[in-house]
Write a protein that binds this ligand. Structure first.
Ligand code: NAD
Length: 298
């Protein structure tokens, strides 16, 4: 097997954002206002601040309104819930995202449960989790939806393919498995207690790695020609003293010798997450105002 094809998530995300911008322009004409995304950040976690800044910038670049609510780290849970309620009731806000993780004194599940499910563009509310599991229209978590978009772009129909999802988090692994099942894949969900992970991976036409362990999945585990989607984002020491670099959960060097196609890190799944968030927001805006939207162009 030669070198795998590189799945260019950065280019795909750029195209998706351009399509969202077109639909957002149409929404402005029909609704007489821009679609709006509210992002709530509690505390000053540096990584979260970067995410929130990027989300805001890209929201505006797509012709939508960005509302940022930055609350101090010692905000009470009751005050945060009041902000969420206010956003639930604000007709200018179509999508609400509460940046996770929240400070330890807050109950994340309770906060997510307070978001109106029809504005829950992250797809974390149990109502949306249930909708996904039962095949009803709702909102699907951005990172796994982005992975499925990349897979379908590369492979066309996924029907009948064997897929292994490594990781079972509520944010990535579990919704990923549901989405692949909905695409008629035969899905195996592997996790930290899986007995023989290389063996499970070897059977798969599609491998999704969402573990958070640098370069864990080796090329020799893969079925030749498999499509590999690497969700992991891990910061490791770089070649130069004091420098760091990003790597995925897949050992790219060995995996790209065996795989048919593979996402790089960075530039693979990473850029998809915000693009899908913007997609979910413009969908929410249309649905909540009872306006038609052709979701197939997104
Ligand atoms: P998590 O820590 O919540 O879940 C990790 C999962 O991996 C767990 O279900 C665990 O069972 C499994 N696991 C741990 N060790 C294992 C092992 N040795 N073998 C098999 N499975 C094992 O993580 P998460 O939030 O799902 O994120 C996973 C990775 O994806 C992280 O690197 C994170 O940074 C990245 N991530 C990227 C994006 C993005 O690209 N935008 C979004 C979310 C998460």
């Amino acid at each position: 097997m030669g070198e795998a094809a590189i799945i260019d998530g950065k280019a795909f995300a750029e195209n998706l954002r351009a399509r969202v911008a077109e639909v957002a322009a149409g929404f402005l004409e029909k609704a007489n206002r821009k679609a709006g995304l509210a992002v709530v950040l509690v505390g000053e976690d540096p990584a979260s601040q970067v995410y929130v800044r990027n989300k805001g910038k890209q929201t505006v670049a797509c012709g939508m309104e960005s509302f940022e609510h930055k609350l101090p780290v010692d905000t009470s849970e009751a005050d945060l819930l009041a902000v969420v309620e206010q956003l639930n009731n604000d007709p200018a806000v179509d999508g609400i995202l509460v940046q996770l993780p929240l400070p330890g004194h807050m109950d994340e599940a309770k906060v997510i449960a307070t978001i109106n499910p029809d504005k829950d563009v992250d797809g974390f509310h149990v109502v949306n989790v249930g909708r996904l599991a039962t095949g009803l229209p709702g909102f699907v978590p951005c990172t796994p939806l982005g992975c499925v978009m990349l897979l379908k772009d590369k492979l066309g129909s996924l029907s009948g393919l064997d897929a292994v999802v490594i990781g079972r988090s509520n944010i990535v692994g579990k919704p990923m498995a549901q989405l692949l099942l909905a695409e008629s894949c035969t899905v195996t969900v592997a996790h930290s207690r899986t007995k023989d992970l290389p063996e499970a991976v070897r059977r798969a036409d599609i491998v999704i790695a969402a573990v958070g362990r640098p370069e864990m999945v080796k090329g020799e585990w893969l079925k030749p020609g498999a499509t590999v989607i690497d969700v992991g984002i891990n910061r490791v020491p770089g070649a130069e003293e004091g420098k760091t670099r990003l790597v995925g959960d897949v050992d790219f060097a060995s995996a790209s010798e065996v795989a048919g196609a593979i996402t790089p890190v960075p530039g693979g799944v990473g850029p998809m997450t915000i693009a899908v968030l913007l997609r979910n927001t413009i969908v929410a805006a249309h649905r909540n105002m009872g306006l038609e939207i052709d979701e197939s162009v997104l």
